[in-house]
Each structure stands twice: as structure tokens, then as C-alpha cells.
Design a protein around this ligand. Structure first.
Ligand code: HEC
Length: 156
């Protein structure tokens, strides 16, 4: 009798393990993959190079780029025909607003950062529009970003 129940218990334990292990492993693996991808994304954006508060770019080119790069699909900006997006905050008056977003960060530097890596500072009320809560930067070269900063720094 003792022997039989012992065997039954041992079998029960084995079955329980078999049920649990296959469920847990994929969940852990998924977590590792997700974390890995997030870290990879962070590394990529930090490699984009920095223009800081540089406003020496060409503002006219910046205005053209604003439309060409699709900024107007998410942002409203009166100075640019057709820029009426509402996914992101309005950029009317951004030259002024930008200076108030982060303590000790000048307007142009903040605009530059917002283009280079939008997820560093999230404007309250504007959760990231894309999947996973991450806001990915629009692909622009350093020179293009300088032009965009020069243009937006004029939008008082
Ligand atoms: C897919 C939509 C989307 C596109 C395209 C997009 N943005 Fe944004 N942008 C956002 C959202 C959402 C925010 C607010 C969240 C945040 O602060 O990161 C934002 C924030 C900003 C801010 C800061 C605004 C503030 O009030 O502080 C600037 C500046 C900006 N974007 C510039 C640009 C420029 C320039 C482009 C084109 C190169 C661009 N964005 C393209 C969605 C977008």
C-alpha cells in the first residue's frame, strides 16, 4: 500500500513538472528577446550623432524637409502648408515651448533631441504612438536634422 501511493506521488510530481516547464521556458525566452531588442534599439539611437543646440542649418531646407520627411503627418505647423497632424503635439510656437520642456536645456538643443531621439522626453499627454510604448525617430541625417532645428527654432 505504501509502495503504491509512493509511486503515485512520484508520478504526480513528474507530471506537474512536465506541465509547468514547457509553459515557463518560452515566456522567459520571450522576455530575454524583448529586453535584447529594447537594448539594441537604445544603442542604435545613441549612435545617431549630436548637433546639440546648433541652429546654423538652412531653415528653408528645413521647411522643405519637414514635409518631405513626413513630420506634418503627426504635427500641426501653420508655417507649413498641409502640416495638420495631431498624433504629436502642435509645433506652432515650438521655439518658445521647447525652452520650457526640460530644465537647463535650451530650445534648440531640445528640438534637436526631440528629432534625434523622441523617447528621451515624452511630452505629457502624448504617449508614444507606435507599438510597445517606444517612439522611434524619423530617419534623418545629421545635416538634415540641423536644417530642421534651424527652421523649427524660428517658430516662435
Ligand atoms: C509618427 C508620428 C510622428 C512623426 C512622423 C514625427 N513626430 Fe515629432 N513627435 C511625435 C510625438 C507623439 C511627440 C510627443 C512625444 C514625445 O515628446 O516624444 C513628438 C514630439 C516632437 C517634438 C517635441 C514637441 C514638444 O512640444 O515638445 C518635436 C520638436 C518634434 N516631434 C519634431 C518632429 C520632426 C521635425 C519630425 C520629422 C522629422 C517629427 N517630429 C516626426 C510624433 C511624431
Amino acid at each position: 500500500m505504501f509502495l503504491i501511493s509512493h509511486v503515485m506521488i512520484a508520478k504526480h510530481v513528474r507530471n506537474t513538472r512536465q506541465e509547468v516547464v514547457p509553459v515557463r521556458l518560452p515566456a522567459v525566452a520571450l522576455l530575454v528577446i524583448v529586453l535584447g531588442l529594447s537594448l539594441a534599439a537604445c544603442r542604435d539611437t545613441s549612435k545617431l550623432g549630436g548637433g546639440g543646440g546648433d541652429v546654423s542649418g538652412n531653415a528653408d531646407t528645413g521647411k522643405t524637409l519637414f514635409t518631405a520627411k513626413g513630420c506634418g503627418t503627426c504635427h500641426t505647423l501653420a508655417a507649413v502648408a498641409g502640416a495638420a497632424g495631431t498624433i504629436g503635439p502642435t509645433l506652432n510656437g515650438i521655439a518658445t515651448t521647447a525652452g520650457t520642456r526640460k530644465p537647463n536645456m535650451a530650445a534648440a538643443a531640445y528640438i534637436d533631441e526631440s528629432i534625434k531621439d523622441p523617447a528621451v522626453f515624452i511630452v505629457p499627454g502624448y504617449p508614444a504612438p507606435n507599438q510597445g510604448g517606444m517612439l522611434l525617430p524619423v530617419a534623418v541625417t545629421d545635416a538634415e536634422r540641423r536644417d530642421l532645428v534651424a527652421f523649427l527654432a524660428q517658430q516662435k
